[in-house]
Ligand binder design. Structure first.
Ligand SMILES: C[S@@+](CC[C@H](N)C(=O)[O-])C[C@H]1O[C@@H](n2cnc3c(N)ncnc32)[C@H](O)[C@@H]1O
Length: 413
């Protein structure tokens, strides 16, 4: 069934448009903010109906020609066809709604620090097609869209894209469709490639005699081999960070300073900090300098965190390879912690962590999140334990997509 003249009044975090008619709500694939369109109804759910756009009747006043030729097919970006100013307003609305609906907090004009809107990513991850060509997934599909360039990647990755694709084609021509994915990470000077394959030895033997321009890790299910070093060094102000193949590192080169600057502003000086999802220690070293306890589930990231502490001359630190939910009250008391930073994956934090922090009466929690929905859920849980949201700001780490990084200061009442 087709519905006509539907205005797209909002965009969901996954990029789908939202339309309303006669009290019904539609989640619309392909719907761009502000346009008026016809939609085909696909499936009725309890509170909304799934639909897809069939025809644009009137373009949005925020419309702009997407500069990327793959935009309409590629699943990487979802809002490149609207102005960057409007993208920011949509993200403000997303954060506002998450806080309001989930935690009952009503805030207007949440500040978002804008980014350079293209060329900001220091890492991209691509699929490898049958003949070695590089691709992203299509929108709402597992099919591939083959690309020759990605406008979100930094200049260094873009300049090397053809060579990396040639390497992927060469491996595929020699040994068949043996690579599933390639991730490309750049610090602006060097490139680290992760080649994902079930045939680690074969890829290694093929590449080991070649003159390679990149550091390469070959990652299988149970085995990893490398050609050259398996890490890059990144610099942040006067700090240097070793970031290995699996380590998390913020992807937006231009916003790291703004994100860590806000965290520092929220934290203040002279604190002993517990960082519960510390990765390779980069964020807590950048934010607090010294006097740190870091906890992280990935053992190899903890090896790097200790190395990063050494490189940056820390004098008072502990980095522990453990699930954050097993940190207990006794430990926090013994370490004489003043404040906690939380920077979890998209799923947010375990309830037990909130209970433990509340029992310990930690006065100050800085919560960095790449998912406003789960952060709002966790803020509500903190509220129930006697905490309040003191401040929240956002940093746009992901222009052209509906993703955004928020940073909250949560305090004991
Ligand atoms: C968003 S990253 C943040 C890392 C670090 N704060 C940084 O900025 O580099 C989230 C980190 O949490 C780690 N992690 C995921 N689940 C965890 C858990 N249950 N306990 C401890 N660490 C976990 C991941 O391995 C990842 O390094």
């Amino acid at each position: 069934m087709i519905l006509e003249n539907i205005e797209i009044i909002d965009i969901l975090q996954d990029g789908r448009g939202v339309g309303k008619k006669d009290g019904k709500v539609y989640f619309i694939e392909g719907g761009s903010y502000g346009e008026i369109c016809n939609i085909e109804l696909l499936e009725e759910k309890k509170n909304f109906t799934l639909a897809k756009k069939t025809k644009t009747l009137q373009k949005s006043k925020d419309y702009r020609e997407p500069p990327c030729p793959y935009y309409y097919e590629c699943g990487g970006c979802s809002i490149m066809d609207i102005s960057y100013d409007r993208q920011i307003k949509l993200k403000q609305n997303l954060i506002k709604n998450a806080l309001n609906k989930t935690a009952g907090i009503d805030l207007d004009n949440i500040k978002i620090i804008k980014s350079k809107d293209f060329g900001y990513r220091n890492k991209i991850r691509l699929k490898v097609g049958d003949n070695g060509d590089l691709a992203y997934k299509k929108k709402s599909s597992d099919d591939l869209v083959y690309i020759k360039d990605c406008l979100l990647a930094n200049d260094h990755i873009r300049a090397n894209f053809d060579n990396i694709q040639a390497l992927s084609r060469d491996i595929t021509e020699a040994m068949g469709h043996i690579l599933s994915q390639i991730s490309i990470r750049s610090n602006g000077k060097e490139i680290l490639l992760n080649l994902y394959s079930d045939e680690v030895d074969k890829v290694y033997d093929y590449l080991k005699t070649k003159d390679l321009a990149y550091k390469i890790n070959i990652l299988g299910k149970n085995k990893t081999l490398r050609l050259g070093e398996d890490h890059l060094f990144f610099t942040y102000k006067d700090k240097t960070f070793k970031v290995s193949r699996d380590d998390f590192y913020q992807v937006n080169d231009y916003q790291i300073q703004n994100l860590y600057g806000l965290a520092k502003e929220f934290l203040g000086e002279d604190k002993k900090l517990l960082d519960l999802f510390c990765g390779s220690g980069t964020s807590s070293i950048a934010i607090n300098g010294d006097h740190l306890v870091g906890v992280e589930i990935n053992k190899s990231a903890i090896v790097d965190a200790k190395e990063n502490a050494r490189i940056n001359n820390l004098t008072d630190y502990k980095f522990i390879a453990k699930n954050a939910k097993y940190i207990d009250q006794k430990f926090i008391k013994k370490e004489q912690i003043h404040a906690v930073t939380l920077d979890p994956p998209r799923a947010g934090i375990d309830k037990e962590i909130i209970k433990t922090l509340a029992k310990t009466k930690i006065p100050q929690i800085i919560y960095i999140s790449c998912n406003p929905q789960t952060q709002a859920r966790d803020i509500k849980r903190f509220q129930k334990e006697g905490y309040a949201l003191e401040k929240i700001k956002a940093v746009d780490m992901f222009p052209q997509t509906m993703h955004v990084e928020t940073i909250a200061l949560i305090q004991k009442m």
